[in-house]
Design a protein around this ligand. Structure first.
Ligand code: GLN
Ligand code: ZN
Length: 765
């Protein structure tokens, strides 16, 4: 018997990022909407063709969206916040999506875009729908129905994907007034700024949405659709009782007595405490993700035991979050056991949408030691069908880097902060409220041109080095003129804060086309950790020392921390994240030592993604924090008492983790503050943060010159809880996305504000 096979979704960017390029051309007015649609439908078609070619039994439809699936669903439900409404009335649904996501559209007034935030524990970002208490819905699913019609050409049973009613509401937010919803574009680093929202008041919209879903199901049924995949990923979270109760109510109302099969999908975790709830919902089937099961947990067996006799169970065996080939022999054991219990009620699937892995490995030049061990989205389709057909022998086993039980014991600095800080102050001799920046300066077209020429072999290594040195010299001269106290080299030589270090460390492989959608048309190319991490030689010392030699001021070195390196890479297949993180930390620890030996007195270890790997369930979080904090401490452990360690986070939601942030024990932390309405500083006040802090005094995402009074407010507020001796003045993130003119204007104001404040403080004392 061949089992049903399906995926939960496929990457929509296209193997060569066609959709990205087409969208960006469209936004610039270079191609028409018709041309964009053509290119998009070509990708949609090739995604379906890939499923057909691989031999999947169900064709997945509706996962293809232009910007984000939650956004698309919101627009199809007519959820257009008031600030967009007048202009949006002139636009069709596609342009409405772009307008809400970007805050701009041709011939429309610019307004603040929808907020975006991380999709569960992935690096994908969705747009957060904004609902008002009197929200009206006006459904129009004609584009989805047109998609279904296009898919019919394949003569294959169709499964349509939809965001589940409850997950959709859970991930939305209620805004009381139009003004409270003002939000700025997400951080340039792709970092998340809020966590998943679970405001139970969004449940008030259940009754309004139920008939819309029921009606849509009727229309899909009438179109000949066989199954609807209802994504309810919140079923893996620690759900409050009102959400659990809502599941029962919603699916009792939506249950079907005809043969439109509703398949409720959960992913990124096991069903956990929601198991009993989920198996008893009146739907045709459930999908579970087994890729996150702990060794020996066999949660899937519990699901099978409790599943009522007529229901379908789709088991997500092929890991949709990993770039490694599946161990098909091991998975086949699971399949055999499950099949004995379920017969043809067993479906085989990917654990989640394949959106989170790169599209296709076939155009990559994979190094010999990992050849045959990787699988991107296209390859995972083949794995799935091989598993269903029992064709297992041709498959190579996945990477088998053995667990070395890496015997490194995480170290930390010997002296307490108070002792270190005193020694550092004596050595650094900085003014009160020192001014600095977060690391990067504008990535100008001359930097990009030099790098492109070097990559193409048109510029020699020596000429490239000279070109970068020129940029560094320029950045140093600018900072001197501006009168900043602690200078940086500007990061001209770095493409990306993770990729740069990954390219210099052993143990990483950088693919050429391994792009993954981060948000909208933005893609990232996460490095892949393929072996033990080693630092063959110093990575930053030469650049930093070059900068240091150009000035009498202190130059702060810039490194990327181990937790961020790990969270923005694909981890290896068979090693614990903790172990890999400690290896990365060891590499950074050595770099810290080398920088220090070369005479660098301040070293910043960026941890922009420190919080991003946090497990979804509370019960698993303590373990993560333990190794994340220890890894950071380990990096800093080679610093002498008078070497000052900074860290930076472009993140503000510290309510639930200030204890861990404190435990990192950086001498100075610079953080995003300006956008979070200073709430962050309340958290610091409540918890009496012990070390030094540089609250970002202005938002670098805005091209506008910051207002001195606003910057001053941040510091005045900070001074209420943190003594001036422990305060720094800096922007809230790196300046690489700004131009020099904006940067000079902003920093002039910043330095001016600092000087004035210093004068006032010394007059008072
Ligand atoms: N040092 C980095 C920069 O300034 C930090 C970037 C970030 O926080 N994402 O660009
Ligand atoms: Zn930042």
């Amino acid at each position: 018997m061949t089992l049903q096979t399906h995926i939960l979704g496929y990457p929509r960017i296209g193997a060569k990022r066609q959709l990205k390029f087409a969208e960006e051309q469209y936004w610039k007015g270079e191609i028409s909407q018709q041309q964009l649609l053509q290119q998009a439908q070509a990708v949609e078609h090739s995604n379906w063709q890939a499923q057909i070619d691989a031999g999947l039994s169900l064709l997945t439809v509706g996962d293809f969206v232009y910007y984000d699936a939650i956004l698309t669903h919101a627009v199809r439900l007519g959820i257009i916040p008031a600030r967009f409404a007048t202009e949006a009335a002139k636009l069709n649904q596609l342009d409405q999506q772009f307008y809400l996501a970007r805050g701009r559209a041709a011939n429309c007034q610019d307004v603040a875009a929808l907020e975006m935030t991380k999709w569960f524990d992935t690096n994908y970002h969705y747009l957060v729908p904004e609902l008002v208490p009197q929200q009206q819905f006006k459904a129009d699913f004609s584009e989805l129905l047109a998609q279904v019609d296009r898919a019919k050409a394949f003569n294959t049973p169709i499964k349509v994907v939809l965001p589940g009613l409850l997950s959709f509401l859970y991930l939305s937010r209620i805004v009381a007034t139009e003004h409270s919803s003002h939000v700025l574009p997400a951080c340039a680093c792709g970092n998340d700024h809020t966590s998943v929202n679970a405001d139970p008041t969004t449940l008030q919209f259940v009754d309004a949405l139920l008939p819309i879903y029921a009606d849509l199901f009727d229309q899909l049924k009438a179109r000949g659709v066989d199954y609807v995949q209802i994504d309810e990923p919140i079923l893996v979270l620690d759900l409050a009782v009102e959400w659990q109760a809502a599941f029962e109510r919603v699916y009792n109302v939506l249950q079907r007595r005809d043969d439109l099969g509703l398949i409720l999908t959960s992913y990124f975790e096991t069903l956990g405490a929601n198991l009993n709830l989920a198996v008893n919902l009146p739907v045709a089937g459930l999908h579970i993700d087994i890729s996150r099961e702990k060794a020996g947990e066999f949660f899937w067996k519990k699901v099978i035991d409790q599943l009522p006799a007529h229901k379908i169970l789709s088991i997500g065996l092929i890991n949709g979050r990993s770039v490694w080939a599946s161990d098909l022999l091991a998975l086949n054991e699971i399949r055999r056991t499950a099949e004995q219990a379920l017969g043809d009620r067993l479906w085989l699937a990917t654990s989640c949408s394949l959106l989170h892995v790169p599209v296709d490995l076939s155009s990559e030049q994979v190094p010999a030691d990992i050849a045959g061990k990787l699988a991107f989205a296209r390859q995972k389709l083949d794995e799935l069908v091989s598993l269903a057909q029992g064709r297992l022998d041709s498959k190579t086993q996945p990477t088998t880097t053995p667990d070395h039980s890496f015997a490194l014991l995480a170290q930390s600095r010997a002296e307490p902060f108070a002792v270190r800080f005193k020694a550092q102050q004596a050595k650094l001799n900085l003014p009160l409220l020192p001014t600095t920046t977060i690391g990067s300066f504008p990535q100008t077209s001359s930097i990009r041109a030099a790098r492109a020429a070097w990559n193409k072999g048109q510029l020699s290594d020596a000429d490239y080095r000279a070109a970068m040195q020129k940029e560094i010299a320029y950045a140093i001269a600018q900072q001197q003129q501006l009168g900043l106290d602690v200078l940086v080299h500007g990061e001209a030589e770095r493409t990306d804060m993770v990729e740069y270090f990954a390219s210099l460390l052993d143990g990483f492989w950088l693919s050429k086309f391994g792009w993954v959608q981060s948000y909208g048309s933005r893609c990232v190319r996460p490095p892949i950790i393929v072996a033990d991490i080693h630092r063959p030689q110093a990575m930053t010392v030469e650049w930093i020392c070059y900068a240091n030699g150009l000035t009498n001021k202190i130059v702060k070195a810039m490194l990327t921390g181990p937790v961020t390196m790990l969270n923005w890479s694909f981890p290896p297949a068979h090693r614990s994240r903790r172990e890999v993180c400690l290896q990365l930390a060891e590499a950074i620890r050595l770099e810290v030592a080398d920088l220090q030996d070369a005479g660098i007195a301040i070293i910043q270890i960026d941890e922009a993604a420190f919080r991003e790997g946090l497990p979804l369930r509370k019960a698993d979080q303590a373990e993560y924090w333990d190794w994340a904090v220890k890894s950071f401490q380990h990096c800093a452990s080679s610093a002498r008492v008078d070497t000052q360690i900074h860290t930076h986070m472009c993140y503000s939601d510290f309510k639930d983790c200030l204890a861990q942030i404190s435990a990192m024990d950086a001498d100075v932390i610079t953080i995003e503050t300006s956008r979070s309405g200073l709430q962050l500083l309340d958290v610091f006040q409540q918890h009496a943060y012990p070390n030094a802090v540089g609250p970002g005094v202005y938002d670098i995402h805005s091209p506008r010159t910051p207002n001195a009074a606003h910057m001053r407010q941040v510091i005045d507020k900070a001074l209420q809880s943190i003594p001036a001796e422990r305060l720094w003045i800096n922007p809230d993130c790196g300046l690489k996305t700004r131009n020099w003119e904006e940067t000079r204007a902003a920093l002039t104001e910043l330095v001016h504000m600092a000087k004035q404040l210093r004068a006032e403080l010394s007059a008072q004392s």
